[in-house]
Design a protein around this ligand. Sequence first.
Ligand code: ZN
Length: 462
Amino acid sequence: MLALLVSALSPVGAGADVKGAAKRLDNLRDRPERLRQFLRGMPKGTDLHTHLSGAVYAEAMIRWGAEDGKCVDTVTFASSFPPCTGDQVPLTAALTNTVLWDQILAAWSMREFRPDAFSGHNHFFATFDLFGSAFSGRQGDGLAQVTKRAATQNVQYIEPLITPQFGASLAIANQVGYNPDFATMRLAMLNAGITNAIPAAEQTATAALDRRSDLQGCGTDKPDPGCSVLVHFDVQVLRNQPPAVVFAQLLFGFELMKADPNWVGMNMVQPEDAFYSTSQYNLHMRMVRYLRSVYPDAKVTLHAGELVPGLAPPSDLRFHIRQAVNIAWADRIGHGADLRWERNPDQILRRMKRTGTCLEANLTSNQQILRLYGRRHPIRDYVKAGVKVTLSTDDEGVSRTDLTSQYVKAVRQQGFGYRRLKQFARNGLRCAFLTPAEKKAALTDQATRFRKFEARFKSKQN
Ligand SMILES: [Zn+2]
């Protein structure tokens, strides 16, 4: 805290340093590679919107899948567990067959994706099913890759999304069934033993963190820089499921957060325009609201407004952000891309500002999936309205991008300057689901990092 105060109260030193950095950025505006170099070193705080499996580059998943004896279908490129049958071959084949290697990379990510020929939306979401089996059991390896990359981009904290114990929630949902009385349904699911799977979910988190520590030599004399990146997990609930299955996952997630501090937030994933996601959207928001009343300390972030006209009927573009904020009381929303098609967007913006609801803006993802970029993207509306905006990736691996690229886009496509980017980086930590002590420490650390970073440009200014 002292460092923060010193920084805020040193108008000469800090001010001049900010000016120098801001000037440098302006000079690099039209030199993308140099700009990228500058922004790579800039403290960025956190990436709050990153699905762990999507954050891993497909090259690593092919190698891990090959080591683990997994298979790949040479027609659909779906990975699977052995034995390999029909059109499936061992993934090891991709390590010597460069054509197959390239084909898998193209199918498992947005690599060489051609927006003129395919739907970015369909291709992006399809990748998760294809690489799922290859990645299975390698979450700790993935975490090591992601934290290492985060450290090289001056990132302090990440909050990856993982789906914990979906099978257990599904079984309970099928056993108990749906009940429109949420309190009754909750009790029935608790009585049916939904919390029995909590130790396994706790184990998922600790095993991933331990594996990451081992791979990076954390706690040894020569730790990998990735060790410095703090990790907590968000629960992701698959929303394109029947109501009882969604409720069971939500309930399990809230119980898990209560039991295990490694799990700090709740989110709902899968395409927002998919059958259950759209037709049950309001019901889902009411489920979240009910569970928040039972678990008042739990944090919630929701994919909301990841839509553009054509993906969903106009009537479905009118209320997703609004209901995530007004009904589910989301602490953060992800995307918020369809803002201008919502009913009374200005009212939503005012409400988000008043309630402190943050926006996780995903510029690359919105460009690839929704073809929304440049001045058509609503990020400037959020910023102008005083909403706390932060930049995130959604996701580095599948989108073949990184957090730095989001900052580059914010400069080149949106025209933001250094001070605004700095605010995005600070907002990220302010909006993170950290404990108060962790948040205070992270913000102090970030202020120190900014002082160091900006000092490099001081002499250029004077
Ligand atoms: Zn997402």
